[in-house]
Design a protein around this ligand. Structure first.
Ligand code: SPV
Ligand code: MG
Length: 322
């Protein structure tokens, strides 16, 4: 579930895990993460893959999801997520941060920083979050296919998953337009297609899935149509569901609640049962490994009373942090 906590060079074949998830006959789930801590929590919870959400990373940095954060800031966040987990990360690469040249550079850098795949959407730079306003200008199909092809050519690792996301339905276009785009993106080399919708029912997504006939694995983001049971996605042979922003939104709600209570009660006594213990935080971030490493690498301090070089383990609590 977790790498060697601090000194982690990645595990051989790790990126294939995302290929396996996307191609699995089972419905797969990717959980949103926006920093190392949320990635560690999702991995510990049992999720087998992560979605490095542009919205959530931007929000955690105090930016709007409108390409205000630079791609290097996104890559920094992704690197820390990859450092503390061993589950694959599909990175939200927005529209690729420019033309084919920016897109292929970003994809290559994300691979180098530990990502297992990138998803790029057929918008122009700067993009706007799909749930904000109506200015969702689609990229020209041929030009977007160039971005996809350039990524495929530039990223030599066959295990690196390229997801092409069409915003055709978000931008108010027809199913036919969405399908034509998806077929063009598959022809250009996309390993999977993400079809996005902001309707409150899954109707248009399920219609798309029916017409798509599983030509490539289909990925969905049911943020707005959240009431649909996942059994409907299984029945529609959808490959992967992304829970796109729920750790970030949960964190906002939890922080709001705890700040309000501490302010009102002028005390932290009452909130203790409602916040994570420090042991949980230490456990998530591998403090047990540091305890073992200190024992191994630091010179033994003499006992001040006896002068003996033998010293107790520095963190007798380490077992609780596993
Ligand atoms: C994100 O998580 O940043 C996404 C999904 O792109 S959405 O916010 O639904 O557009
Ligand atoms: Mg996004």
């Amino acid at each position: 579930m977790r790498k060697n906590d601090v000194l982690h060079s990645g595990e051989p074949g790790e990126t294939w895990k995302l290929v396996d998830l996307i191609h699995s006959n089972e419905l797969s789930f990717l959980m949103e993460a926006h920093d190392a801590l949320s990635a560690a929590v999702a991995a510990r919870s049992g999720f087998r893959g992560l979605w490095a959400s542009g919205l959530s990373i931007s929000s955690s940095l105090g930016f709007r999801d409108a390409n205000e954060a630079s791609w290097t800031q996104i890559a920094d966040a992704v690197e820390r997520m990859a450092d503390v987990t061993s589950i694959p990360i599909l990175v939200d690469g927005d529209s690729g941060f420019g033309n084919f040249n920016n897109a292929r550079l970003v994809a290559l850098k994300l691979l180098q920083r530990g990502a297992a795949g990138v998803c790029i959407e057929d918008k122009v730079f700067p993009k706007t979050n799909s749930f904000v306003g109506d200015r969702h200008h689609l990229a020209d199909v041929t030009e977007f296919c160039g971005r996809l092809a350039a990524i495929k050519d530039a990223v030599p690792d066959q295990a690196f998953v390229l997801v092409a996301r069409t915003e055709a339905l978000i931008a108010g276009h027809s199913q036919d337009e969405a399908l034509a785009r998806a077929h063009a993106y598959a022809d250009a080399g996309a390993d999977a297609i993400l079809i996005h919708s902001r309707k409150s029912s899954a109707e248009e997504i399920l219609a798309f899935a029916g017409a798509w006939q599983n030509r490539r694995p289909l990925v969905i983001v049911p943020t707005k149509y959240h009431r649909t049971p996942v059994s409907e996605y299984r029945d529609a042979s959808i490959s992967t569901v992304i829970w796109a922003n729920h750790s970030m939104r949960a964190a906002v709600a939890a922080m709001r609640a705890v700040c309000g209570r501490i302010l009102r009660e002028e005390s932290i006594a009452g909130i203790e049962p409602d916040v994570a213990t420090l042991d949980e935080v230490f456990g998530l971030l591998g403090y047990d490994e540091l305890a073992v490493a200190e024992d191994r690498y630091l010179p033994a301090a003499p006992d001040p009373r006896t002068g003996s070089p033998a010293r107790p383990r520095p963190y007798p609590d380490a077992e609780r942090w596993r």
